[in-house]
Design a protein around this ligand. Structure first.
Ligand code: G3I
Length: 450
């Protein structure tokens, strides 16, 4: 089934940046300043994010199109937007084989290329030394097999160019964290292991390196199973890690199943970051499906971002919100005729909204628990009787288990406290033998709130 934007309507949460801040991470997005004149884009950009990275404006071809001649217009707009939003600014990128102007690409003399690289780093990182919090100093230096990409820098300067670029960037921007960044390094594989070994060597050699970025341009249903483990092994080396360019593409037009699976994938990525102490946060590579690089590079694919081309929130938005523990905004007014609402004699102080989105063999259940009593909950336990044939496979935002037909969800460490009138949203996946019907009997903390 294909979704229209109206069908895809998602609950509205508090600004995601507020929830991210409570989790000790930042939520970023890649900004193209020209899109800010579209009200839907601007509204989301201003409301949801506390980190900004230039999608293209700080790259070499944008900042130094001819040698020694710099162009700052777009980059300055990104800097100004981040400052106006009180958002962190992430610099992308100083040394990269792509979007590299022809004049730099064609230098074959090592001394000239090294000078050009240093001049570029000095100019760009130096100009924004008071603004940029972290730099992707070198981007995409690996081939898939873990060998060095044969960029002009590698061919002309040799292996040492990465250490040289990092060292120069430290001089130009002493307060910025210095990162290396790549794609398809998201799970444990030959490429990420090459990055891991390089970072270990750089640290051992005293080269300035503070962080590693994992782009995470993913395909729906294909988050690597070693995703969190991979982040953790880098963190254990003593560097910060970040998801730097997250998007999750699928064939278009998007099916409901793929949008649901995409939401689960976004959730997995955000939860992996939250589970790793040194993960500084997640950056999505854009805002909406109408402005994404994906269809240009992968014809027939797209729908990779959390908002659709009409700026309607997709299930992926809710998944990010839930993973961050965001509160649903604007709870509806209590209805005195509803037995679940406060003021009714003998009412249970809880209300549950249960929605299952199914496919042929399984479904994703989304459960909103609302405290309709006068007192806050400090913890909660939900029980429900699953219809016959349904079996829990995994869940999130709670500790889930099943015994016989009884499904139990206990609060996670971060969402046990629910104020009077407050809500918490949790979810799970299950298989079914033909029916993805929702339960009709459930309790919270022993009180019947069906
Ligand atoms: O600026 C020109 C414009 O003058 C011209 O009219 C237009 C015609 O096509 O092209 C414009 O340049 C485009 C540029 O984006 C700015 O919009 C390029 O063609 C286009 O190739 C370029 O794509 C960018 C791509 O990097 C280039 O490699 C994407 O927007 C950007 O999202 C993408 O981002 C990269 C990260 O930097 C690194 N990791 C992978 C990621 C996705 O490819």
């Amino acid at each position: 089934m294909l979704l229209s934007p109206a069908q895809a309507a998602e609950p509205v949460y508090e600004p995601l940046r507020d929830a991210a801040e409570r989790q000790g991470v930042t939520l970023g997005f890649a900004l193209t300043p020209g899109h800010l004149n579209q009200p839907g884009y601007r509204e989301i950009a201003e409301r949801e994010f506390d980190l900004v990275v230039a999608e293209n404006a700080m790259k070499w071809d944008a900042t130094e199109p001819s040698q020694g001649s710099f162009s700052w217009g777009q980059a300055d707009q990104v800097v100004d937007f981040a400052a106006a939003q009180d958002a962190d600014l992430y610099g992308h990128t100083l040394v990269w084989h792509s979007q590299l102007p022809g004049w730099a690409e064609s230098i074959s003399d090592p001394a000239r290329l090294r000078d050009a690289m240093y001049d570029h780093i000095d100019a760009v990182a130096g100009r924004y030394a008071d603004d940029v919090d972290s730099w992707d100093v070198v981007n995409e230096m690996w081939e898939g097999d873990g060998s060095r990409r044969q960029s002009v820098f590698q061919r002309v300067l040799g292996d040492g160019y990465i250490a040289d670029a990092l060292t120069r960037a430290r001089q130009a921007a002493p307060d910025a964290d210095l990162c290396l960044n790549d794609y398809s390094t998201d799970g444990i594989n030959a490429k990420s292991t090459a990055m891991y070994n390089l970072v270990a060597d750089l640290l051992a050699d005293g080269v300035p390196i503070d962080c590693v970025g994992f782009q995470s341009h993913l395909i729906v249903g294909q988050v690597p199973s070693s995703y969190q483990q991979n982040l953790q092994r880098f963190a254990d080396l003593g560097v910060d890690v970040r998801i730097t360019e997250l998007d999750i593409r699928m064939n278009v037009p998007a099916s409901q199943n793929d949008l649901t699976r995409q939401a689960q994938d976004y959730r997995t990525v955000v939860e992996a970051c939250l589970a790793v102490d040194r993960c500084t946060g997640v950056t999505v590579w854009g805002i909406d499906d109408g402005h994404s690089w994906v269809p240009d590079v992968f014809p027939g694919e797209g729908a990779a971002l959390p908002w659709d081309a009409q700026y309607q929130a997709k299930p992926a938005y809710s998944a990010i919100a839930e993973a961050l523990g965001a509160q649903v905004e604007g709870d509806p007014d209590p209805d005195p005729t509803d037995p679940g609402d406060p003021g009714d004699p003998g009412d249970a102080a809880c209300e549950v909204t249960w929605t299952n989105a199914g496919w042929d063999t399984g479904y994703t259940g989304t459960v909103v628990l609302t405290n309709t009593g006068d007192a806050a909950w400090s913890s909660w336990t939900l029980t429900a009787d699953l219809p016959a044939g349904q079996t829990l496979t995994n869940g999130w935002s709670a500790d889930w288990s099943q015994s016989g037909a009884t499904l139990t969800a206990r609060n996670a460490a971060w969402n046990g406290s629910v104020p009077a009138g407050g809500s918490v949203q949790i979810g799970y996946n299950a298989t079914h033998g033909g029916s993805s019907a929702v339960p009709t009997q459930y309790t919270i903390n022993g009180a019947d709130c069906a």
